[in-house]
Design a protein around this ligand. Sequence first.
Ligand code: ADP
Length: 388
Amino acid sequence: MELTQNSQLPEASDIELNITRFEFTKENPFHASKIFLDAIDPIFISDLEDRVIDLNRAAEQVYGWTRSELIGGSMKILVVPDLDTKAEKLYDRCKRGERLEILEAIHITKSGDTFPVLLSFSLIMNERGEPTSIVTIVKGLSDLKRIHETLRAQIAALERSNKDLEQFAYVAAHDLREPLIGIAAYIKILERHMKHELDEKAHKLIARTIAVITRMDRLIQGLLWQSGLASETKHFEITDCNVVLEEALTSLKSIIEDNEALVKNELLPTVMANPALLIQLFQNLISNAIKFASDDPLVIRIGAQYGEHEWKFFVKDNGIGIEPPYFDRIFRIFKRIDSGADRPGTGIGLANCKKIVEYHEGRIWVESRPGNGSTFFFTIPHEIASEP
Ligand code: ADP
């Protein structure tokens, strides 16, 4: 079907009155124009300078612009600003005669909503075989839009239920602590009252009970901290990671000395971050490196590498290492590997590290070989980070 452009285009003000400006065939212009106007898919016709010549009703409905608003303007208005150079390239390819079908793009409506589309472009020639205009058909939009909307609704529902769960965890943990503290207090009072009637075995049992309660309280506090952080409003500031590390090392000074650990650190960058949380992150990773040391003299290396999108920090030790099946598991709350009684813990440390890194929109992972030490990596994206 040949499409020819009328030599005389009406002014935008004529458009509402004179809607059939395109003749798809010379024989039956009305019929073809009707197909164009009534098509379910949005269709745009543009000139070789990418100016809109015409659009159909579906295009008006989907994009929210009226014909008079778009005609004469640039086709770029339909494309998300960051992606307009990509769109320009597509039009150039089409003008060179390349057939372009089913190309993915992100379009934007008058009200600023963005949505994925599939496009096909065709170059229209006049009788002399000269290119005159380009027809852009927006395909598969209804399906894509539906999927997009379903996904959006599902994400919103997930976010809501996540928030509810965090709130629930916070309240449950908060309320659980109270009776627990009460039990510990009553057991201590009981022990004091019956000091002379209890034998050594009973005192030992009471001490063990208190130890179990203390451990449970620590677990609950971890849960409280995790769910509290999730609902907190984010706070970032320019953060010198060398200062952050210094503070973490100062607070771990005595265990570093007791374990004769050697900490070697490179110059770290300055990033946009929450310094209090970063201190905690380094503290957790360094204290784990000490806790899970091997018999070799412990060396901990700390540094950061600049990447295209983010800073990649690392905390590397020469400790006992971790078996690959546990690489993901250890970041889950209360999950730990049984490494013997001399390495007690709650399984909260790395879950907290993950929460802190995710708070900064980064990622955390471990690389390790059993017996050959572990390296924990975490990233801080450049969008909230600056160079050292
Ligand atoms: P916890 O230290 O209380 O056990 P974490 O969440 O900090 O809890 O760590 C989870 C598990 O990951 C630990 O039980 C340990 O098995 C493993 N792990 C963490 N850090 C290291 C490390 N540097 N070297 C070897 N194993 C580690």
